[in-house]
Design a protein around this ligand. Structure first.
Ligand code: ATP
Length: 309
């Protein structure tokens, strides 16, 4: 089941929390919704799950409008809200039964659904414990189980790994990836590694607007633009090497990173490559190349570039 946001805007007082955004999530896709604090992620997710109504625009879930058919839309969506609110005094199994009843799971099917969620979310040994007795990772599993209890086609997960330790983060990510094989998932996070590890596609939002959209590979390429090489040249004199590199016709910029190690960063002109020219230069001068590697644009760089202004 697909999701289509059409010119969604949400204004709190005078602040545009979400500013005219449009995007689509295809059936079976895991979309990472990334952005700094206050970017508008939770507001967008609440609008998709019908927890708040937009000021303008619409959202279609499987072709149904959240404005015209909120109850039909809700049936297809499982939602894990930020901070995962749970009833601490309830036993896991009782809480999930309660969640199933709230979601109108037919009485005769509740037992099977509970069993399945306990299996899928790895809650077998915890099912009779009170929720307050669980570790954070297990509480998060209960949150995921309640979100999926009615077998929705879409899952909206607001910062699902917040507050977890690294082992728990890995476990929950694996669980989400497994679930994502069958469902359409939107997952919000401000952890880059998380969206990169879990998601098929990434949307970056800043100040209520979409500032990047693509696979992590595509985003890196977009930001990459010109070729940058990190190069260490030994034997020759550092200033002479610097000048010679600058004089290469394909080179736009040379930066001396470490003069003791004779390490340079060389940026090529748009659409040009310089490695071959650098090899020829070094061969003709009798210089020795200790290292020559392309500098990869990290997703962190992309994130910083599109969210700082
Ligand atoms: P975070 O990563 O910190 O959870 P977010 O990207 O989820 O942030 P939102 O919670 O959607 O961001 O908030 C977007 C903006 O809207 C923020 O500036 C926030 O202060 C504001 N906002 C959110 N909810 C309300 C509200 N109920 N009343 C007024 N302003 C709000």
């Amino acid at each position: 089941m697909d999701i289509k946001l059409e010119n969604l805007t949400k204004i709190y007082d005078y602040q545009k929390a979400v500013d005219n955004i449009s995007f689509e999530v295809k059936t079976g896709e895991i979309l990472g919704f990334l952005g700094p604090n206050g970017a508008g992620k939770t507001t967008t997710m609440k609008a998709i799950t019908c927890y708040l109504s937009p000021d303008s625009g619409d959202i279609k879930v499987g072709g149904l409008s959240v404005l015209q058919n909120p109850s039909a839309v809700k049936k297809n969506i499982g939602y894990l809200p930020e901070n995962n609110p749970l009833y601490a005094d309830m036993a896991v199994i009782d809480y999930l039964k309660f969640a199933a009843e709230l979601q109108n799971v037919p009485k005769e099917k509740i037992k099977d659904r509970l069993w399945e969620m306990i299996q899928v979310c790895g809650l077998k040994n915890e099912k009779h414990k009170k929720i307050r007795e669980l570790s954070k990772g297990y509480k998060q599993r209960v949150g995921l189980a309640q979100a999926m209890i009615h077998d929705p086609k879409i899952l909206i997960l607001d910062e699902p790994t917040t507050g977890l330790d690294p082992n728990q983060i890995v476990e929950i990510r694996e669980l989400i990836r497994r679930i994502g094989r069958e469902k359409t998932v939107i997952l919000s996070s401000h952890i880059l590694a998380e969206v990169e590890a879990t998601c098929d596609r990434i949307i970056i939002i800043n100040k209520g607007k979409i500032v990047a959209d693509g696979t992590s590979e595509e985003l890196r390429k977009q930001a990459q633009g010109d070729e940058i090489l990190k190069i260490q040249i030994k034997e020759g004199e550092v200033n002479e090497i610097f000048r010679a590199l600058q004089n290469i016709e394909s080179v736009a910029l040379v930066d001396l990173i470490n003069s003791e190690q004779q390490l340079f960063e060389v940026q090529s002109l748009k659409g040009m490559k310089s490695a071959k020219n650098i090899f020829s230069l070094c061969a003709s001068r009798g210089w020795y190349i200790g290292q020559l590697t392309p500098v990869e644009t990290k997703l962190e760089d992309v994130f910083r570039e599109v969210t700082t202004n």
